[in-house]
Write a protein that binds this ligand. Sequence first.
Ligand code: HEM
Ligand SMILES: CC(C)=CCC/C(C)=C/CC/C(C)=C/COP(=O)(O)OP(=O)(O)O
Length: 311
Amino acid sequence: MTNQSYDAEFGDFFALLKPRVMSLVVFTAAVGLLVAPVSMNPVLAFSAVLFIALGAGASGALNMWWDADIDQIMKRTQGRPIPSGRVTPSNALIMGLWLSVLAVGMLGLTSNWVAAGLLAFTIFFYAVVYSMWLKRSTPQNIVIGGAAGAFPPMVGWAAATGGVSVESVLMFSLIFMWTPPHFWSLALFMNHDYSAAGVPMMTVTHGKPYTRKQILIYTILLAPVTLALAFTSIGGPVYFAAAVILSVGFLRGAWGLFQRSEDVATSDDYRAERGVFKFSLLYLFTLFFALLIEAALRGLNLTWGAWPVWI
Ligand code: HEM
Ligand SMILES: CC(C)=CCC/C(C)=C/CC/C(C)=C/COP(=O)(O)OP(=O)(O)O
């Protein structure tokens, strides 16, 4: 077969949506929506989450379209649909654009245009600001670009309430501060990939000891933001307990990385770095799950009725 697009199967197009990474993104958006203090129709709540998921996936496809050249160089990403030749770049672009329009339009029609506007901005921020501009130009790429990954709970909250609040800004801030330790702990053991591809990640431009220090700084800054949420209308004792335990665990991990010298961390011994990366995922998932428990304890605000005017 000569035409690459003929080889593509459904699974290849699905892989363009970065489903594994986006699962946590979508979970945080769903929690943002479910913990909001307004009553929502379950069908509309479900469809809002679906459209946010579609938008997140679309931004993943746009990212893969733009990054196909570097994805081909990096071992971790070589098997993706475009570099492996199963999906053509133009098909990925078309899919990313169409799904973006669909997701934003449908979220606007079924929830509200504040949420749709925020979703559009998030897609733009990840695909254009992070992927096309910052990723290849500054080691602060993920600090600033991380804002894209922090918006989803705000989108979810806006889908339910039509607005922004202290709670949704704090959920944003939590993910914003969490992203550097999440990503740099991975970059510490994937450094060779990024330097081969010429991507100016912190580990490449400033070295690993400096990156370890930055991980520790962001983890320290993250702790008060995480704890602050406990004292808002969506927090409570379950969340507070999770926040304390997880903050202590994350700080210990980051401190451990900071103390590690390069001679200890040889190319085949990155267990501590892998450990902190995995812990970052557990951290975010558990905290948002705890928010969900708090909401369930208060009684979830799902009620039939309250359809948009045009239905
Ligand atoms: C600019 C911000 C971010 C960067 C640069 C980043 C980078 C990465 C990279 C390179 C991986 C490696 C594995 C893979 O490709 O599957 C990864 C994994 C992951 N990230 Fe992030 N990430 C960011 C933000 C986020 C956010 C906001 C979330 C969720 C809220 C998230 C959730 C995940 C998850 C769940 C995985 C594991 C995927 C798996 O199981 O393979 N990431 N991240
Ligand atoms: C609702 C909505 C639009 C959500 C988007 C959320 C978002 C921006 C998530 C970012 C997650 C992510 C995989 C970053 C990877 O960086 P990379 O692209 O540099 O990683 P790679 O090397 O694996 O391609």
